[in-house]
Ligand binder design. Structure first.
Ligand SMILES: Nc1ncnc2c1ncn2[C@@H]1O[C@H](COP(=O)(O)OP(=O)(O)OP(=O)(O)O)[C@@H](O)[C@H]1O
Length: 242
């Protein structure tokens, strides 16, 4: 679904690459965490998937297509297949919950009948049943993030990218958001979530892709563990399943 083939991204020739020689493959239906400290390259990874930036070397494939070969007039179509959620929600403050979600359908020309039918369904999926007519400022942070998720998935994208979606939320509210993302993933959407939050990562037990200074240092799916403790773990013989 998403494939990075030896991807390097250099913004500035005088600093280290934001991403360096990253090869990673995230299959359809996967749920993967993208972790790493500030500046490790997580947002750059997300921007390359969305073709908001271009790789300096290597290739990024989304749904089998090398994004470098997608002409600019077709980029909106690429992005329509990818829902995005951010730490700061980014809701339209003067529109109701339902109107925020409906707006994402209106801009791609969905009919009023389809919108009227779909919006309540997706609000139910994210646990906001009955809150259709609230304004964003009348909602808690967790509820606002649920609206943002509803808006990101209402057009049924194959991929959901979440960049620190729980960064502004307390631990309990964050776990609520994680169960929403989990449900969306169970429905077949590939989810990639960038996060600093180790508690969530440990709790969810999903694939972890870790970047450090732009390099891939951990990906269980590829058996990559770089770092003193992890090197030891990788070297241990695997127990055979009996
Ligand atoms: N537009 C840009 N121009 C120049 N350098 C950039 C640009 N965007 C990011 N960088 C640099 O690339 C590196 C990776 O940044 P990136 O934003 O991808 O990290 P991140 O892991 O998402 O960090 P955070 O968790 O703080 O959001 C950093 O050194 C950053 O300063």
């Amino acid at each position: 679904m998403i494939r990075f083939d030896q991807v390097t991204k250099i913004y500035d020739q005088n600093s280290r690459p934001a991403l360096e020689d990253i090869s990673v493959e995230i299959d359809r239906g996967d749920f993967a965490f993208l972790v790493g400290s500030s500046g490790s390259g997580k947002s750059t990874f997300i921007r390359l998937v969305l073709k908001e930036d271009r790789a300096t070397r290597g290739a990024v494939y989304v749904a089998g297509q090398n994004v470098a070969n997608i002409p600019s007039w077709r980029v909106p179509k690429l992005r329509r297949g990818i829902g995005v959620v951010f730490q700061d929600f980014r809701l339209l403050p003067n529109k109701t919950v339902a109107a925020n979600v409906a707006f994402a359908m209106q801009v791609i020309g969905k009919s009023r009948a389809v919108i009227r039918e779909t919006v309540p369904e997706v609000l139910k999926t994210v646990g906001l049943e009955g809150k259709d007519h609230r304004m964003p400022h009348e909602l808690s942070g967790g509820e606002q993030q649920r609206v943002a998720i509803a808006r990101a998935v209402v057009n049924k994208p194959g991929i959901l990218l979440a960049d620190e979606p729980t960064g502004n939320l307390d631990p309990t509210t964050s776990m609520g958001i994680m169960s929403v993302l989990d449900r969306i993933n169970q429905n077949g959407t590939t989810v990639v979530m960038a996060t600093h939050d180790n508690v969530i990562v440990n709790e969810m037990r999903r694939r972890v892709i870790e970047l450090r200074d732009g390099r891939l240092v951990r990906d269980e799916a590829q058996g990559i563990y770089v770092g003193a403790q992890d090197r030891k773990r990788a070297a241990e013989p695997k127990q055979s399943a009996v």
